[in-house]
Design a protein around this ligand. Structure first.
Ligand code: AMP
Length: 418
């Protein structure tokens, strides 16, 4: 038997309501802040990610699904979507038309990680990118929007952590201080972190193999920010306070992608265990330029849909359990009339079903209506045809009444649709 690949999963109909709810909530909330949807391809040239995310990152060095196509090009299934959105915006001149473009995306991403609860190899992100402003008020606006999104989804116990990772002017000083601090423990670091120590010690703050235990008492990024970065960070915090967004400073918060600078943030949840980050993001003022575009700053975040779904309340997004109507017939004439009745009910927006086998007994038809958990049965037998009516039975409580067969509006008014 062929099965789904490790780290991928099928989203079955029972769960689809939750996915639809999360996506609809995102669209509704993001629209209020002026974001418009963009859909980019699922694979891109490998170079886009190598340049955009950074060669030394875990994502690029270990986690990408990269392959050579039949034309000999190196392609990669997107591990994230900021670089592709920037590529598309440059390619289609979106920055020339409006230097304050605001875009969002929804779709699958691919990373070769070790699968566990909340961590998949094909996972799904909803993300936003706000281009065109370096102002701290925009950082606060995007962060505030991310919290409204989670609130409107009804996700409890969230915790917003923010930090600043500075810029290319002040970060080298921090790297040096961190190296000095870790030098006596260098031999105890994991092999990856020993390499990171040389190449980019900031990555040690993000180590998944336990090296973070050596960071107690280590210097923090915030202590080494230069004045413009410190002012920016303070202004973001003031704005968040002004907007009533509770947050805490997490001095060791860094993100696994090289393009971030200044503001970084994450929303965690208490309910998910080890993979507890619901969303993460930050500012990337040089990415557009690095990918060959104009000098346009940006800030955004990506939220893991799979984790949002795991955090939703049990009944959230549940669709109606069964049809609004099951039409039960008796006799050949009523079968033909029922075909049209079902069609007309559907055209009016109701979920309507009938048995497609004209020879089925009335008992079998009512049993089927029960199995489907239909909310009403409409009987259409010889009696009803003669009188020009339908007999309606409400399954809950069993009450029964007649309505004129020609007046579906009245029927629809007398029942509430699921
Ligand atoms: P990142 O793109 O690494 O900044 O991640 C942003 C968000 O995507 C995280 O906070 C998670 O919610 C989600 N995410 C990242 N990687 C995975 C994964 N392998 N499986 C499920 N969700 C993920």
């Amino acid at each position: 038997m062929i099965q789904a690949i490790k780290g991928t999963r099928d989203i079955l109909p029972e769960e689809a309501g939750k996915w639809q709810l999360a996506e609809a909530t995102a669209r509704r909330v993001f629209r209020r802040y002026g974001f418009r949807e963009i859909r980019t391809p699922i694979f891109e040239s490998t170079e886009l990610f190598a340049r955009g995310i950074g060669e030394g990152t875990d994502i690029v060095s270990k986690e990408m699904y990269t392959f050579t196509d039949r034309g000999g090009r190196s392609l990669t299934l997107r591990p994230e979507n900021t670089a592709p959105v920037v590529r598309a915006a440059i390619e289609h001149n979106l920055f020339r038309r409006a230097d304050s473009e605001r875009l969002y995306y929804i779709g699958p991403m691919f990373r070769y990680e070790r699968p566990q609860k909340g961590r998949m190899r094909q996972f799904h992100q909803i993300g936003v990118e706000a281009f065109g402003s370096v102002e701290p008020a925009v950082d606060a606006e995007v962060i505030e929007m991310s919290t409204v999104f989670l609130q409107e989804l009804g996700i409890p116990d969230t915790d917003l952590a923010i930090n600043s990772v500075g810029c290319e002017t002040c970060r080298p000083a921090y790297r040096e201080r961190l190296r000095e601090f870790l030098a006596p423990r260098l031999d105890e670091l994991c092999p990856d972190c020993r390499r990171r120590y040389q190449e980019n010690p900031l990555r040690i703050l993000d180590c998944k193999a336990g090296c973070r235990r050596f960071l107690d008492g280590s210097p923090t990024l915030l202590e080494t920010l230069d004045t413009p970065c410190r002012d920016h960070f303070e202004a973001v915090r003031r704005c968040l306070e002004h907007l009533g967004v509770p947050h805490r400073i997490e001095p060791h918060l860094v993100r696994g992608l090289d393009y971030y600078m200044r503001t970084t943030f994450e929303v965690l949840t208490a309910t998910l265990g080890a993979q507890n980050a619901l969303l993460g993001g930050g500012r990337y003022d040089h990415l557009v330029e690095d990918l060959g575009g104009p000098s346009v700053p940006g800030i955004g975040f990506a939220s893991g849909l799979d984790r949002l779904i795991l955090s939703l309340a049990p009944g959230a997004g549940e669709a109606a359990a069964g049809p609004d109507f099951f039409v039960a017939v008796q006799g050949a004439a009523s079968f033909d009339q029922a075909l049209r009745l079902v069609r007309d009910l559907r055209r009016r927006g109701a979920w309507a079903e009938m048995d497609s086998n004209p020879g089925r007994s009335l008992r079998a038809q009512t049993r089927r209506a029960d199995q489907l958990r239909a909310r009403h049965i409409l009987f259409l037998g010889e009696d009803e045809i003669r009188k020009g009516v339908l007999t309606v039975r409400r399954m809950e409580g069993g009450s029964q009444w007649e309505v004129p067969a020609s007046d579906l509006e009245r029927l629809m008014g007398e029942v509430s649709l699921g």
